[in-house]
Design a protein around this ligand. Structure first.
Ligand code: HEM
Length: 355
């Protein structure tokens, strides 16, 4: 399945073809932040970032704003909230410790309640998107739809060597769930952390604004395959291995002042190109090897567009009561969402012209 997605969906030509859809969602993001800023309320950057990422993946897959605008400002309505909550529940349980993962016989008892929670979350996610997928398959079968306009069309029209559909409806539905989770999780988290650090260090924010202004607008688990010893710890064959983002990214033997937000450290030899692949695993960007992220281009585009539009369209100031940014002990998110004031930096008609 990974091979199919990489060679048919995550290709440069599909990326290019879907450019307009990503931009429409970025416009929607700016309008949403603008509408809130007009009323003087501080912006919940986490919510805005997640809303944008969810909107992007649904638009790339289904070709449309799946849930409509929701609130007057463009925020999520009840259905979109329920859909997004389901994604976060699934994500938060991905690495959760469940005894039945190790003693499968206990699964029926569901002692820790994981199975029940996840079953409900998956049901909530599917109740919105599965009927849409069935409907689209039917449209192709009835000849009502004729051209590939989004990722769902591409998946439906993949053929095997006998010219039969390569993917079943169930496989397509499962892939859409996987993609939704991948697109919503990492890009929004990276953008929220970056915004926090830049709001804290206004010099870097100023530089970033200059940069975007000059450009215009813009897991599975790993299992050890043999017994091994790492730093004196014995790791038996078959162990589940979770690499530590913090352990890698803040290793003082690798990075000078590892706790300092210093984007310049990634710009080497005077080149403005940041290399996102890292075969030495000095930090946990997209991973490496066979289980590395297959969507470096898509992930970094979604995240860059999100950040660029936020800082190009608004000046950001911290709340006077803004606490120091704390990371969560349980997951890679900030312990509390980033809330900040946004003031429009562009001419009013720019925002009024957004869809
Ligand atoms: C800023 C954005 C993103 C970051 C930082 C990121 C990072 C990562 C990392 C660290 C992994 C685990 C690698 C490993 O275990 O070795 C991963 C896996 C994965 N990512 Fe991403 N990702 C991003 C965006 C995306 C997007 C947009 C997609 C959409 C298709 C995606 C799809 C996947 C998939 C399917 C895997 C599992 C690969 C496998 O196990 O074979 N990612 N990503």
């Amino acid at each position: 399945m990974r091979r199919v997605i990489v060679s048919e969906v995550l290709t440069p030509s599909v990326h290019e073809f879907l450019h307009g859809k990503r931009c429409e969602e970025a416009d929607h993001l700016v309008r949403y932040v603008y509408n809130q800023s007009k009323t003087g309320v501080a912006i919940n950057v986490r919510e805005a970032a997640r809303l944008y990422c969810g909107g992007v993946i649904r638009k790339l897959v289904f070709g449309k704003r799946f849930f409509g605008a929701g609130t007057e400002a463009g925020g999520p309505g009840f259905e979109e909230k329920e859909h997004m909550d389901a994604v976060w529940i699934i994500l938060s349980y991905t690495y959760g410790f469940a005894i039945a993962d190790y003693v499968p016989l206990l699964e029926v008892f569901d002692f820790d309640g994981h199975k029940k929670t996840l079953t409900n979350a998956i049901k909530n996610l599917r109740k919105y998107q599965d009927p849409e997928i069935d409907n689209r398959i039917e449209m192709w079968q009835n000849g009502i739809r004729k051209t590939n306009d989004d990722i769902l069309d591409i998946l439906i029209n993949l053929k095997d060597s006998n010219n039969n559909p390569l993917l079943s409806a169930e496989e397509i539905k499962a892939q859409v769930i996987e993609m939704s989770i991948a697109v919503i999780d990492n890009p929004s988290n990276v953008a929220e952390w970056s915004m926090s650090e830049m709001i804290r260090d206004s010099r870097i924010l100023e530089r970033a604004i200059k940069e975007v202004t000059s450009c215009g607008t813009i897991q599975p688990s790993h299992v050890s395959t043999k017994d091994t010893v790492v730093s004196g710890y014995f790791i038996p064959k078959g162990s589940h291995i979770l690499l530590s983002r913090l352990g890698l990214g803040r290793n003082p033997r690798v990075w000078d002042e590892p706790l300092k937000f210093n984007p310049d450290r990634h710009i080497t030899n005077g080149s403005s190109q940041v290399v996102l692949t890292d075969s030495q695993l000095k930090m946990w960007t997209f991973g490496v090897g066979r289980r590395g992220c297959p969507a470096i281009l898509l992930g970094s585009t979604i995240m860059t567009l999100l950040l660029a539009r936020l800082i190009h369209s608004f000046s950001w100031t911290p709340l006077s009561s803004m606490p120091l940014f704390q990371e969560s002990e349980l997951n890679p998110f900030m312990a509390e969402p980033l809330i900040a004031h946004a003031t429009p930096r562009l001419e009013p008609q720019v925002y009024q012209n957004l869809i």
